[in-house]
Design a protein around this ligand. Structure first.
Ligand SMILES: CCCCCCCCCC(=O)SCCNC(=O)CCNC(=O)[C@H](O)C(C)(C)COP(=O)(O)OP(=O)(O)OC[C@H]1O[C@@H](n2cnc3c(N)ncnc32)[C@H](O)[C@@H]1OP(=O)(O)O
Length: 208
């Protein structure tokens, strides 16, 4: 039984198909491909190429983009954002978290922000907010009785600088349910140090 199915035990209806996850789409090499995509994003943060090199790199990347566009599938069939065996479900636009625990108590994840997520000397606040929003999606997905829940608002308090390149621990849970409204809380720690905490409201909606 996958962690997603275990956590699903409290729902009165199945998870929407798009949220069930799989570990096969895109094949066994897909994780390494996404890791390389992340590495391109990281490396791009630390270069100041001359014009010639910039044009060469652009041409190289254009060829790769064309190859990917030639094998595009409808988004609901895509591997990215569906692979529950990969960091952040294989979605390169998300910070690469790994789920440590998922259940009706909420979700615990390990996250390593990287060069691509750098703001000024620490992780960019928007990336921290993105992490919380995604993890709140996990936490609420397993507490709504049907459909799923969308973010109505999400507030982050940045308590101390959030480092990149080291494992951090995030915890997000549903504190209270009031009809369709789910009140969600979350924390992000570097060891014992609180980096950020989060308050959000999610609203249960049909999966349509
Ligand atoms: C395992 C896979 C995990 C995948 C995770 C992915 C997670 C991604 C999560 C997201 O990022 S979702 C994308 C970002 N969110 C949106 O795009 C939502 C856009 N807004 C909407 O679609 C609607 O405004 C919304 C669904 C949030 C609410 O509209 P509704 O028409 O369904 O609800 P309504 O306006 O009737 O409000 C219902 C209740 O919520 C309250 N409410 C709604 N928005 C609020 C708000 N912003 N602040 C405070 N209260 C709010 C509202 O007052 C009311 O309270 P009462 O029932 O007590 O009267």
């Amino acid at each position: 039984m996958t962690s997603t199915q275990q956590a699903d035990a409290g729902r009165t209806s199945e998870l929407p198909k798009w949220a069930r996850g799989n570990s096969h789409r895109g094949g066994p090499g897909f994780g390494e491909l996404i890791e390389q995509v992340r590495s391109v994003m990281d490396a791009s943060r630390f270069i100041a190429p001359g014009d010639d090199v910039a044009r060469e790199l652009t041409a190289d990347l254009s060829r790769i983009v064309e190859r990917m566009q030639a094998i595009a599938v409808p988004v609901d069939d895509a591997a990215a954002d569906s692979r529950e065996d990969l960091p952040a479900r294989g979605n390169p636009s998300l910070p690469p978290f790994e789920i440590i625990d998922l259940g009706s108590e909420g979700v615990v994840a390990e996250i390593v922000f990287r060069a691509f997520h750098l703001g000024r000397l620490s992780a960019h606040g928007g990336n921290i907010s993105l992490l919380f929003d995604e993890l709140a999606g996990y936490a609420t997905m397993h507490r709504v009785t049907s459909g799923f829940a969308r973010t109505a608002f999400l507030k982050v308090d940045y308590r101390s600088l959030t480092p990149i390149d080291r494992p951090l621990r995030a915890r997000v849970w549903v504190e209270e349910i009031d009809g369709r409204k789910l009140h969600v809380l979350g924390t992000l720690h570097d060891g014992d140090r609180l980096c950020a905490d989060m308050t959000a409201l999610f609203i249960q909606v049909p999966d349509a």
